[in-house]
Every structure is written in structure tokens, then in C-alpha cells.
Design a protein around this ligand. Structure first.
Ligand SMILES: Cc1cc2nc3c(=O)[nH]c(=O)nc-3n(C[C@H](O)[C@H](O)[C@H](O)COP(=O)(O)OP(=O)(O)OC[C@H]3O[C@@H](n4cnc5c(N)ncnc54)[C@H](O)[C@@H]3O)c2cc1C
Length: 277
């Protein structure tokens, strides 16, 4: 439970405060930190509110989104692509959309993540800041797949923001839950590009399956890129085989495998038929 609330004055200060306070947590919207039965147990909160990370800007070939941008800001901005607005709207609560941030959501990388599958499918770049034990501060720009693949190694990292390319890539996600307010059993994301000769490249397939970590289906991605899977049925069968799932209150493992495979196959089909980007 939070007993102390510190306000960082800049990004370096936030990392120093975090390093000097062992049971502390970086505090963005606070919706997970303060949630009943939260996954986070910390005594000290370090507010990121004064770091200037709450802007959305046009950077020419990409859109830069600060980590403190809320879901409501994503939905309201003309610069934000529709696929990301759609994912932000998976959060059914108006109040929570006004508090929850894109950085907080990705930092959690949860098995019922609203934005994770879509962001990962988009091949966004993640802007990070770190500080060493000796106090040396550095910033970096990394592929989002790296952040996901080595998630535990980034526990001390401050997310500064995201770069979303304007390359016209197809990105889609689908969320399956009993109601808008319920935790999702499955959320899937699919992204790919097709060049002028029709060659499919940079395929990304991710699934957040409740009870299991967010999964990347690399074998399915490779088979699509190599032209081994060309139909919706090919993709559906492959995903149903590759995905990990387990029974819980959101559904049986076979139900989750079924909806995940249907969802990804549907997004693949939308991509092949030149669906919305
Ligand atoms: C009733 C309820 C239902 C929910 N359902 C869902 C759901 O279905 N799907 C879902 O994805 N989430 C769900 N959440 C959790 C939460 O609302 C979202 O994940 C939200 O996006 C978290 O963002 P936040 O800014 O509030 O993060 P916070 O609560 O402030 O922080 C969450 C974690 O992210 C870290 N963090 C935050 N910002 C940064 C940063 N810039 N750099 C590094 N680390 C950072 C924090 O240190 C903390 O560990 C739910 C919450 C509630 C209360």
C-alpha cells in the first residue's frame, strides 16, 4: 500500500528516486497501482506527472506518443492511428480512460492487456531511460518486440514514449471478454506490410491469453512471410495449434484457443483483402 508520494522533477530524478527507494514504484495513472488486489505492492510512489511525457506530436515519418498520454487523449487525437484508438476503447470505463496511460499499460504487459497486442503488432519503437548504479543516465530507442521479449530486464527502466511509424502498415486487434468491463479471455493483435509486388513482410502475431503471458507466435509469422499460409483456414489451424492457454474463470483452454485462432485468422483475412489500416 502506498504510504509516501514523491513527485519527480525530471526523468533523471525519477530514476534516481526509484533507485534510492527500494520498495518504490513509478506512478503514472495509478489505475493498476491502486486497484483492489493489485499486482503491485509498493510503499513509495514516484509521480511521473511533471516530466512532460504527456504530449502527442507529429515527427514527420512517425507519431511520437509520450508514455503519460492517457487512453482518452489517444482517442481524441487526430494524430493517433485508428487501430490504437480501437484498442484504447477496449477500456470500457470513461473514468479509467481518463487516468490510465499508454506507458502504464505496456509496462504491465499483462495477460489481459488492452493495448499490448496492437502495439506489438505495430512494430512501434519504445523510447526508454535508464540509470546505472554509478548514476550514469542514458536514453535509448528500442524495438517494442525487444521490450516484450526481455520484459523482466526492463523492470528498472522508465518508458518515455513511443514512435509509431506512418508507413501505412496494417495493424488490427480484437478483444474477447464477457462484457466490456470484464477482463478479456483473449486479446489478439496482427500486423503486416505488403509491398508493391505483393510480398508480405514484417508479420507480427501476438496474443494476450488470460492465465498465460502475452505470447508472440513467431512460427506463424514466419510461415505467413514464407508464403506457406495463404488462406484464413491455414492461419486459423496454425494458431490453434501454436497458442498456449489454460482453463480459468474467463473460459476453458479450448475456448481460448478457438477464439484466438478465429481472431487472428480474421485479422489476416482483413489484411489480405486490403482492410482498414
Ligand atoms: C477495474 C480495473 C480493470 C482493469 N482491467 C484491465 C484490463 O482489462 N486490461 C488491462 O490492460 N489493464 C486493466 N487494468 C489495469 C490498468 O487500468 C491499465 O493496465 C492501465 O493502462 C495502467 O496504466 P496506469 O497509467 O494507470 O499505470 P499505473 O497503475 O500508474 O502503473 C502500472 C505499472 O506500470 C508502471 N509504469 C507506469 N508508467 C510507467 C513508465 N512511464 N515507465 C515505466 N513504468 C511505468 C508502474 O510503475 C506500475 O508498475 C484494470 C484496472 C482496473 C482498476
Amino acid at each position: 500500500m502506498i504510504q509516501e508520494f514523491l513527485i519527480a522533477k525530471d526523468t533523471e530524478d525519477a530514476l534516481k528516486l526509484k533507485r534510492n527507494n527500494p520498495k518504490s514504484v513509478l506512478y503514472a495513472g495509478g489505475t493498476e497501482i491502486n486497484r483492489l488486489n493489485s499486482s503491485i505492492d509498493a510503499k513509495t510512489a514516484i509521480s511521473l506527472a511533471n516530466l512532460g511525457l504527456d504530449g502527442i506530436s507529429d515527427e514527420g515519418n512517425s507519431v511520437r506518443i509520450g508514455s503519460m498520454v492517457t487512453f482518452a487523449q489517444l482517442i481524441d487525437s487526430d494524430l493517433v492511428p485508428q487501430w490504437l484508438k480501437t484498442a484504447a476503447l477496449y477500456c470500457g470505463s470513461f473514468t479509467k480512460r481518463n487516468m490510465a496511460t499508454i506507458g502504464g499499460n505496456l509496462a504491465l504487459c499483462s495477460d489481459h492487456s488492452y493495448l499490448g497486442p496492437a502495439l506489438l503488432a505495430s512494430r512501434a519503437r519504445v523510447l526508454t531511460a535508464n540509470i546505472t548504479e554509478e548514476g550514469s543516465y542514458s536514453e535509448d530507442n528500442i524495438p517494442i518486440r525487444e521490450y516484450h521479449a526481455y520484459h523482466s530486464l526492463f523492470s528498472g527502466t522508465l518508458l518515455l514514449g513511443f514512435l509509431i511509424s506512418k508507413d501505412g502498415r496494417f495493424v488490427g486487434s480484437l478483444r474477447y471478454a464477457n462484457t466490456l468491463q470484464s477482463q478479456a479471455a483473449v486479446t489478439v493483435g496482427f500486423g503486416a506490410t505488403k509491398n508493391s509486388e505483393g510480398v508480405i513482410d514484417h508479420v507480427r502475431v501476438f496474443a494476450a491469453v488470460k492465465g498465460i503471458d502475452m505470447q508472440r507466435l513467431s512460427a506463424v509469422e514466419n510461415a505467413i512471410e514464407n508464403g506457406e499460409f495463404t488462406t484464413k483456414q491455414d492461419v486459423q489451424l496454425a494458431v490453434a495449434h501454436a497458442i498456449e492457454a489454460k482453463d480459468d474463470s474467463t473460459g476453458s483452454s479450448s475456448y481460448k484457443r478457438y477464439i484466438a485462432s478465429e481472431g487472428i485468422a480474421q485479422l489476416f483475412s482483413d489484411f489480405i483483402s486490403g482492410g482498414a489500416k
